[in-house]
Ligand binder design. Structure first.
Ligand code: NAD
Ligand code: APR
Length: 236
């Protein structure tokens, strides 16, 4: 895996599973306990904002009870030691809305689905760091609208910073997908995008995913084991 200059890592709920955060589509996952159309669409928020805010307030509060795991720590080591120059770059694109990558020490992190530790004004689009319950949120500081919502990208909405992600995929030498089922686009299509530009592609996942066949190599196992081993391969 050495001699790899530009790396893009995509992470999904599976990288946080060993920290105790439910994934979405595994047995007992979030989408078994809640209906997507009740808590993860703009229509759901318009229909019952208190219920949707309560769903995300509970997920935000749960963040205080979990810690990064060995997989987050390994990516933070890679981020700390991987150069950022004309021949080397690293971008960790996460679909997760938790803050475990940052708490492990990673800095080059992009949250394409938003973040629980942030609130979004549904009127003017300004994002604000947020810790408490959204139900107590004051009006938007930027525009005064009483419309703060969870800063999470819902089904039917456009994920954040897609141009920046596609630029990184176009120059990637290596694309690594960790802990994602490959069930939801646009993230599920990143492996094909990177491969089309000549990147080598590697999947690290508990089991084969919907996209495993697109990868040059797919390793099955727990992120807490596979990710540290892979990072050691890359750092040598
Ligand atoms: P999509 O259409 O690509 O998603 C397809 C998958 O999403 C389906 O296979 C199903 O698993 C699920 N899905 C979508 N709508 C559903 C519904 N009404 N009922 C049941 N399952 C449904 O996703 P999209 O609509 O293009 O979403 C746009 C973006 O929002 C995606 O990147 C998605 O990952 C993201 N998102 C984030 C969250 C979150 O909580 N962070 C929740 C939902 C969607
Ligand atoms: N180590 C590695 N992989 C794991 C582990 C683990 N310990 N535990 C679970 N996994 C894998 C599962 O095998 C599964 O393939 O993580 C994946 C989790 O898939 P999902 O629950 O679908 O989560 P994710 O892929 O992140 O969902 C994508 O869908 O609902 C939307 O926006 C939401 O960001 C989410 C997106």
């Amino acid at each position: 895996m050495k001699q790899t200059g530009n790396i893009v890592v995509l992470t999904g709920a599976g990288i946080s599973a060993e920290s105790g955060i439910d994934t979405f589509r595994d047995a007992g996952g979030l989408w078994e306990k809640h209906r997507i159309e009740d808590v993860a669409t703009p229509e759901a928020f318009a229909r019952n904002s208190a219920l949707v805010q309560g769903f995300y307030d509970a997920r935000r509060a749960a963040l205080d009870t979990v810690e990064p795991n060995a997989a987050h720590d390994a990516l933070a080591r890679l981020d700390a030691r991987w150069p950022d120059d004309e021949k080397h770059s690293l971008l960790i694109v996460t679909q997760n809305v938790d803050d475990l990558h940052e708490r492990a020490g990673a800095r080059r992190v992009l949250h394409m689905h938003g973040e629980l530790r942030s609130a979004l004004c549904g009127h003017c689009g300004v994002r604000t760091p947020w810790q408490g319950a959204l139900a107590d949120a004051p009006p938007c500081e930027a525009c005064g609208a009483p419309a703060l919502r969870p800063d999470v990208v819902w089904f039917g909405e456009m994920p954040y910073q897609m141009p920046r992600i596609y630029q990184a995929l176009a120059k990637a030498d290596l694309f690594v997908s960790i802990g994602t089922s490959g069930a939801v686009y646009p993230a599920a299509g990143f492996v094909q995008e990177a491969a089309a530009y000549g990147a080598r592609t590697l999947e690290l996942n508990l089991e084969r995913s919907e996209g495993s066949h697109w990868f040059d190599e797919s390793r099955q196992g727990r992120a807490g084991e596979l990710v540290p081993a892979w990072v050691e391969e890359v750092l040598g």
